[in-house]
Design a protein around this ligand. Structure first.
Ligand SMILES: [Zn+2]
Length: 277
């Protein structure tokens, strides 16, 4: 439905902008052929279009195209049903190796595995974002085998505006609870170029997620040791949503209302960053 609606919107824009322009004859675009913002661009013009490539006299068209572009959010639910402990390089060209996908934690009370919780929240986030954002899901089931580097490359290939990585935490101390927010370190040569933007996005997301959920924040922290960051060409944030080793927080994390609060917080943060900056 989203794509159909986008198609209608685009057709409308083409009709309205065509009226104000003599030297541009747009081809018609039907909803059936509209698949993504990239195909919209190429099918309208025969080439990628951006505001500085538009033929003279079509500034209004460029403005309207910019409004059609929606931020593309790549959502990764951390882990998977079966861990894959085979090794892969921790970064492009690196000799250091790390397991492809480690197993996650587990609910001390709910007994729920982390991979399942992560996907529950990821699916809710996908739905919540659908209205205003384009979304790519790294995985939509638990029964997958996608390594951390492959997860990053899915988001690279999609040319996502940001990759959101959802995890839950575990600790030997069952009293420990709260949300932790990670971004790629500027000190790490593999992630220097994406660090700053990731941090900006994360600050907006963390602020809103904490205020929606009322969870304790354990901070916004750079990480230079995560394979899933090292392979990225696009910004990324990782949210540890809470501790499944804390009874109270474990139960809370599986509460659908609380999951909606997490999702609302993330969406508000992304909206603040992409639409209100
Ligand atoms: Zn995890």
């Amino acid at each position: 439905m989203k794509l159909v609606a986008l198609g209608f919107l685009l057709s409308f824009i083409i009709l309205t902008t065509a009226c104000s322009s003599d030297d541009y004859k747009p081809v018609s675009v039907t909803p059936e052929v509209v698949k993504s913002k990239e195909t919209i661009s190429s099918e309208v013009t025969g080439t990628e279009i951006s505001s500085n490539q538009v033929p003279l006299g079509n500034e209004k068209f460029a403005e309207e195209m910019d409004k059609v572009k929606r931020p593309l959010i790549c959502i990764e639910a951390g882990h998977q049903e079966k861990a894959n402990l085979n090794m892969e390089p921790t970064a492009p060209g690196s000799k250091a190796m790390k397991e492809k996908v480690r197993g996650g934690t587990q609910g001390v009370q709910t007994k729920k595995p982390e991979y399942q919780l992560n996907l529950e929240v990821a699916s809710k986030l996908e739905n919540a974002l659908a209205e205003d954002f384009d979304v790519v899901m790294v995985r939509e089931t638990n029964d997958v085998d996608i390594s951390n580097s492959e997860r990053a490359m899915i988001c690279n290939d999609a040319q996502a505006d940001v990759m959101i990585r959802l995890h839950a935490d575990g600790n030997e101390n069952s009293q420990v609870k709260g949300m932790t927010f990670f971004y790629p370190s500027i000190e790490n040569k593999y992630t220097t170029s994406i660090a700053e933007k990731s941090k900006d996005i994360l600050e907006a997301v963390a602020e809103n997620t904490i205020s929606e959920t009322g969870a304790k924040s354990r901070g916004i922290i750079p990480r230079g040791d995560l394979t899933g960051f090292n392979w990225l060409k696009v910004p990324s944030i990782l949210i540890e949503m809470g501790f499944m080793t804390n009874k109270e927080e474990d139960v809370l994390l599986s509460n659908p209302d609380y999951q909606e609060k997490i999702v609302t917080g993330i969406k508000k943060g992304l909206t603040a960053y992409y639409f209100q900056n």
